[in-house]
Design a binder for this molecule. Structure first.
Ligand SMILES: NC(=O)c1ccc[n+]([C@@H]2O[C@H](COP(=O)([O-])OP(=O)(O)OC[C@H]3O[C@@H](n4cnc5c(N)ncnc54)[C@H](OP(=O)(O)O)[C@@H]3O)[C@@H](O)[C@H]2O)c1
Length: 515
């Protein structure tokens, strides 16, 4: 017999193993919330794990007047307050602080970039960072283009290949607010940068459990043969939040759940579940396959919208026993707002593997609990030979991949209830990430910042992927914006969304998984 080699997309690992080169990380928006809660703790964790390059420095840049000492104390506070810091050690903090600087200036002001350039050149000389720079733009999205244009005017962004050192630019979601704005943002950024210099972050892809979807599917021989329309009845993806909009009323009014979660996080999850195995996990192969899924989703035209999409907005209610306000009562929200805080959508992926298998995707705020999960519902056994037995509790097999807060995989299957009669009940077989590995997992931002330092774009969005997601959702957003006659609020805070969301599945003879 001739031995056949298994096609193994992991032969280079999930990360193309490159070394971290010397570099400076320059944070635009260094006094903001994202820097405080996510970026500074992630940089500290990388320092603590000794994963930063030996030649490294951080420069914060924002409008707020601060000197180096004040920014260093901001770093210390961020580390002290963060729940994501695994090990606090004073020596690491002090060593990192030595490499942290701050430049204050308005992003619209060209002279601020002259000061920034001088500071970066000083750091190159002091730390040996060789002119390699990562500009992390953690600012309102409306500033992205202006910042890149001014960086270019100041001679701080040579296009890739034009210089021996590298320049990479990280941009945060939201990447555009519809197809037109995403396209023009891409076009404007690409006037100054090459696509391989742009790192569009969707932090969901940095989560261990999200990457584990790929390992689960493609490193095991037993699941892939049943991962298709012959065996899968439907797929349910839930990204539920128990929080409301906190103090971000005016931001959320402009955004809503489709732009905030569905266009990015939820579609990323869906593409990982539905994609074909890539030949390798290098950035091009992996992203090609992921984007093909989004492009293969049947468009939600006006005619099918009523059967395929449901929107909701929470009213007052109770979450975890506490009384909470309705969305329209939150600060910064219009009393007649039609911004959706909940959406449920039914997608079909028009390809050989998934024809006629519905993917139900839902996300909402003020739901009963915070949980993100993908549930693969398998078809019922074709014949149940238990006619005279109690099989009422027997549901179809479900494989649930939990992303947060519990990182786990659960398989539900039928088992015989102990006793003299043939009773069957659905039971769960669990795998818990923490219990199995005992390791504290690294935060998504750590992984993504490190990948950016390595020049690995695999887990970042590509322009065509972002645009494919907007192409899919633009008709939904346009139809909902145009139709103001919606009876909001239509679900109470602390419930699983509006009744229409249940009807979305009931019309197909299905129901949402009880979480
Ligand atoms: N926060 C999160 O958890 C989160 C999660 C995912 C994505 N994001 C995205 O990340 C980005 C940043 O969010 P954020 O929550 O950190 O916002 P934020 O708290 O409002 O911070 C904005 C930062 O930008 C600076 N800034 C704004 N205009 C400026 C100007 N003209 N000149 C100089 N500095 C200016 C602010 O500095 P001053 O205060 O000194 O003016 C501040 O440092 C946004 O695109 C957001 O959508 C945030």
């Amino acid at each position: 017999m001739v031995a056949t080699e298994l096609v193994n997309p992991f032969r280079q690992g999930l990360r193309v193993d490159r070394a971290t080169e010397p570099c400076q990380l320059v944070i635009f928006g260094a006094s903001g919330d994202l820097t405080h809660r996510k970026l500074l703790p992630a940089i500290y964790n990388l320092a603590q794990a000794q994963l930063l390059p030996a030649a490294f420095s951080v420069t914060g840049f924002a409008r707020q007047a601060m000197d180096d000492a004040q920014f260093r104390s901001l770093l210390a506070t961020a580390v002290a307050e963060s729940g994501e810091v695994r090990r606090r050690d004073q020596q690491t903090l002090e060593e990192l602080e030595q490499r942290v600087h701050y430049v204050s200036g308005d992003f619209h002001d060209p002279t601020a970039y002259t000061a920034l350039k001088a500071a970066l050149e000083r750091s190159d000389a002091d730390y040996g960072t060789g002119g390699n720079r990562i500009f992390y733009i953690a600012t309102p999205a409306s500033l992205y283009v202006d910042i890149v244009e001014k960086l270019h005017a100041a001679g701080l962004v040579a296009q890739h290949g034009a210089s021996a050192s590298f320049v990479r630019v990280v941009v945060e979601k939201p990447f555009g607010r519809n197809l037109t704005s995403a396209r023009s943002l891409d076009k404007e950024l690409l006037d100054y940068l090459c696509e391989d210099q742009v790192y569009r972050i969707d932090h969901y892809l940095g989560k261990e459990t999200v990457q584990n979807i790929l390992v689960f599917r493609f490193a095991n021989g037993i699941f892939e043969p049943i991962w298709n329309r012959r065996y899968v009845d439907n797929v349910q993806i839930t990204v539920a939040e128990s929080l409301g909009i906190e103090s971000r009323g005016s931001f959320y009014e402009e955004t809503g759940v489709v732009r905030d979660i569905i266009q990015n996080h939820a579609l990323q999850l869906m593409s990982l579940v539905a994609m074909e195995p890539p030949t390798t996990f290098d950035a091009r192969d992996f992203r090609d396959e992921k984007i093909r899924v989004i492009e293969a989703i049947k468009p939600l035209g006006a005619a099918s919208l009523a059967q395929s999409a449901v929107r909701g907005q929470y009213g007052p209610g109770y979450v975890a026993g506490e009384s909470v306000a309705g969305y329209r009562q939150e600060d910064g929200v219009a009393l007649d707002s039609i911004t959706p805080t909940y959406a449920a959508l039914r997608f079909f992926v028009d390809n050989w593997r998934w024809a006629d298998v519905p993917f139900y995707v839902r996300s909402g705020k003020r739901l009963p609990k915070r949980t993100s999960e993908i549930a693969i519902h398998f078809k019922q056994a074709p014949h149940l030979p238990f006619r005279k037995t109690q099989v009422g509790e027997l549901t179809s097999n479900v494989l649930a991949l939990s992303i947060q807060p519990n990182e786990a995989i659960t398989l539900r299957f039928g088992a015989k209830v102990p006793g003299p009669s043939m009773r069957v009940r659905s039971v769960a077989m669990d795998f818990g990430y923490g219990a199995a590995f005992g390791a504290e997992e690294s935060s998504a931002y750590e992984r993504l910042i490190l990948d950016c330092m390595k020049g690995d774009q695999t887990l970042f969005d590509r322009a065509d992927g972002v645009e494919a997601a907007w192409s899919l959702l633009d008709p939904v957003l346009a139809a909902w914006d145009a139709d103001r006659a919606v009876a909001f609020p239509n679900y109470a805070a602390g419930t699983w969304g509006p009744p229409e969301a249940d009807r979305l599945l009931a019309q197909d003879g299905r129901q949402w998984r009880h979480l």
